[in-house]
Every structure is written in structure tokens, then in C-alpha cells.
Design a protein. Structure first.
Length: 146
């Protein structure tokens, strides 16, 4: 896998990876909400610094977005999960961008466990997500850097 910075021509593939990842890991979200979020994703991609992992065939296997010391997104295509790609992206975000904070859906215990395993700890909780919907979010802070 090659670590690289995607550009706007890669947005359709990033959105596809995002959607497949969300559908595999966020089964608590109704389809209508996933579609709503998908419609907002392209403009959101413009507001973060993106980096991705590409396969030898140049397909995007996973990506992350950071902004001002925060990890705002990390998504892995389902067929590449459990291969260390999330760890690789997270360690790059910590080492290269100095991220120390992130939010994770409370209803996504695998993601919560992943971040705890990498030194993050829950520091606060919100009853709603960033769009004010009833999907509780946990704010996490890097306590024990890897």
C-alpha cells in the first residue's frame, strides 16, 4: 500500500469508500441518513487535509482527513479491514499531523475499541451528532501516544 494525498478527481472514489465503510460499520444509521450524509461529504472533504492508502492497482483502500489537530474521518473499504490499514492511517495522522483528538459514534464499538487500543480515551459525550441527530458522539483524546 502506498500512502499519498488524493486530489479532487479522487473524490468520487473517496465517497464510494466512505459509503461502503459506513454501511459495513454503522448499521445503526438508517439508509436515509447515510444518503443525507453522502450528499454533504464532498464539501466536507474540501475542509480537511486528506491522505489515503492506494493499492498496487492505484485503488483507494482507505483514507483519513485531519483538521487542526483533530482526526475528522478515517474510513477503510470493507475488503481491506483487519489488515492494519486503519492503524497505518492513524499513526500517520498522529506522527505527521500531530492529531490528539477525535469524535467517534458511541454506537460503533469496534471503532471505539480501535481508538482506545491506540492510546485514546473518552473525555466527553454528546447526545447528538454534528447535524443534531440522535446518534451520540464520544470525544476522545490521545492520552498514551503509541
Amino acid at each position: 500500500m502506498q500512502l499519498c494525498a488524493p486530489d479532487t478527481k479522487d473524490y468520487p472514489e473517496l465517497v464510494e469508500v466512505w459509503e461502503r465503510s459506513v454501511r459495513a460499520t454503522h448499521d445503526f444509521m438508517p439508509d436515509t441518513y447515510v444518503i443525507r450524509l453522502k450528499g454533504l461529504l464532498t464539501q466536507y472533504l474540501d475542509s480537511v487535509t486528506l491522505f489515503c492508502l492506494r493499492t498496487d492497482e492505484q485503488n483507494i483502500a482507505g483514507f483519513a482527513g485531519v483538521n487542526r489537530g483533530r482526526l475528522d474521518m478515517l474510513f477503510i473499504a470493507p475488503q481491506y479491514r483487519h489488515q492494519g490499514l486503519g492503524t497505518q492511517l492513524l499513526l500517520h495522522a498522529i506522527g505527521h499531523f500531530g492529531i490528539t483528538e477525535l469524535d467517534v459514534n458511541e454506537q460503533n464499538p469496534r471503532a471505539l475499541g480501535f481508538y482506545c487500543k491506540h492510546g485514546f480515551k473518552v473525555v466527553s459525550r454528546s447526545e447528538v451528532d454534528g447535524l443534531g441527530q440522535p446518534y451520540p458522539m464520544l470525544r476522545m483524546r490521545l492520552i498514551s501516544p503509541p
